[in-house]
Design a protein around this ligand. Structure first.
Ligand code: NAD
Length: 482
């Protein structure tokens, strides 16, 4: 990377201007430990400026004909496509996932993430929230209209820094809200660059950014002119935001952590399912909210499935993600890396079998090999806590009833999956699992038309599709006397 990039400070976009700040922080490449640039740290006054810009822009934006907002969303999608490679490079350098490719069989890396941004921009532009007559008789007619909230605060995590930012921003803007987004302090540059590029296609003040740590996020959600909070991140931070939102009576969408269980039924075919189950667990080095994070396998298939998964895990190339052909990168940050190390250590001390991987790789980057662990049961930290990294516990069971009870016993309720050759049996098990989405013979396969969100400790509200668009609007009933 060139010296001018490393010494450059990446700025926030507020009211169409690129604003410096008194303080900055460094952004690092997790594959090398090198500084890749500096980021302006927003002051509380700058958070207020950003919300004021969004507030000022919102009435005119909401008053625009819907067709104009849709057309502008499509221009945003074109801009993302035009700058796809430079954005993908930022994701790889900053987040760590390899560039990967886009064709069949290609690794879902940062090029996939940026193309996802394009698609998740086009789809909300294709959807309509038409007024709905919910009751009519000879005396009255009642119609539900969907109206924007006003100013939406978006707080994003570091695992899919551009894609999740798009999920938060685009439906909100499409529906007539304006936005202030704060990316994770671990992955700010790519998101600030995305905001700089796409906000240039929109009226000033429609999308604004601020950056910094949790204090900046807290200042944003506290702001009295924020009307709705979209948060994606850990359950611990979600609880703090929910407390603020309760005090200020602000609506929230909370997409929080998960600990997705995958149940492999006795009739599944280990050879046939291994590759899909592998990617369901290890996409983005396991740093995905809806990865399979604990696999319950019937005892009759356990050993065969473990060796199938081991063969895949040991063959997958891991390294610095700008090198073509890499399939796995580093863990994104030191805190997450330390968590993975300590969970694997706790498993080792409990007498678990480390089937492959298990020790950090040497060098400056946060590399940890893909690790499979067997011999654990419910109650082990590696099974019960969200590892959010490249390690997968595989738990043996003998009765399907027990596997369902194991899967459902935690507070997490984001996703789950059932793997079986008998679709009817799989559906029956799926219906009994406590999760916002239960996939059958796939895991984590989200789609822009299909609502996605957690239950229990994994949050509330959904994103994507018509339901996701509704979630960034409020219902207004107009009731007419005839
Ligand atoms: P995190 O909670 O540490 O941080 C998320 C964001 O919140 C960051 O931008 C951070 O600066 C900000 N923040 C921290 N404290 C804050 C406060 N008090 N007020 C306002 N903002 C604050 O989460 P993370 O480590 O970045 O992300 C990993 C977690 O996110 C995992 O648990 C993962 O499962 C979850 N996640 C969930 C989904 C989903 O859709 N359910 C998607 C991706 C990630």
């Amino acid at each position: 990377m060139k010296l001018e990039t490393i010494t450059r400070t990446f700025l926030n976009t507020v009211n169409g201007r690129h604003v410096p700040a008194d303080a900055t922080f460094e952004s690092f490449n997790p594959a090398t430990g090198e500084v890749i640039g500096h980021v302006a740290r927003s002051s509380v006054a700058q958070v207020h400026d950003a919300v004021a810009a969004a507030r000022a822009a919102q009435p005119a934006w909401a008053a625009r004909p819907d067709a104009e907002r849709k057309a502008l969303m499509l221009k945003v999608a074109q801009t993302i496509e035009k700058h796809a490679e430079e954005l993908a490079l930022w994701v790889t350098r900053e987040q760590g996932k390899p560039l990967g490719g886009l064709g069949p069989g290609q690794v879902p890396g940062s090029r996939f993430e940026v193309m996802g941004c394009k698609v998740w921009t086009e789809v909300p532009a294709s959807l309509d929230l038409a007024p709905e007559v919910v009751f009519e008789d000879s005396a009255r007619r009642d119609t539900v209209y969907r109206k924007p909230f006003g100013v939406v605060a978006a707080i994003a995590p570091w695992n899919w820094p551009l894609l999740i930012a798009i999920w938060q921003m685009i439906p909100a803007v499409r529906a007539g809200n304006t936005v202030v987004i704060k990316p994770s302090e671990h992955t700010s540059i790519g998101t600030l660059e995305l905001v700089r590029l796409i906000s240039a296609e929109l009226p000033v003040g429609v999308i604004n950014s601020v950056s910094g740590g949790g204090d900046v996020g807290a200042a944003l959600v506290e702001h009295p002119d924020v009307d709705k909070i979209m948060f994606t991140g850990s359950s611990a931070t979600g609880a703090k935001i929910a407390a603020t939102a309760a005090r200020l009576l602000k609506p929230t969408t909370l997409e929080l952590g998960g600990n997705d269980a995958a149940i492999v039924m006795p009739d599944a075919d280990p050879k046939a399912i291994a590759m899909d189950l592998f990617w369901g667990a290890f996409i983005n080095m396991g740093q995905t909210c809806a990865c399979a994070k604990r696999v319950y396998v019937h005892e009759s298939l356990h050993d065969e499935l473990v060796s199938e998964l081991q063969a895949i895990a040991e063959a997958v190339p891991m390294g610095e993600g700008t090198q073509e052909g890499m399939a796995m990168g580093p863990v994104q940050n030191r805190m997450q890396f330390d968590k993975v190390v300590s969970l694997v250590e706790s498993a080792r001390q409990a007498g678990a079998r480390i089937v492959c991987g298990g020790h950090p790789s040497p060098g400056a980057g946060h590399f940890f090999p893909l690790t499979l662990v067997t011999g654990l049961g419910d109650g082990s930290p590696l099974v019960d806590e969200e590892q959010f990294g490249p390690v997968l516990p595989i738990v043996r069971y003998s009765r399907v009833e027990d596997a369902i009870a194991s899967a459902n016993r935690l507070r997490a309720g984001l996703g789950a999956s059932v793997w079986s050759s008998d679709l009817e049996a799989a559906r029956e098990v799926a219906s009994r699992m406590d999760a916002g989405t239960v996939w059958i013979n796939q895991h984590g396969t989200i789609h822009p038309m299909v609502p996605f969100g957690g239950i229990k400790g994994s949050g509330w509200g959904v994103e994507f599709g018509l339901d996701g668009l509704k979630a960034v609007t409020q219902a207004q009933v107009i009731s007419e006397r005839k």
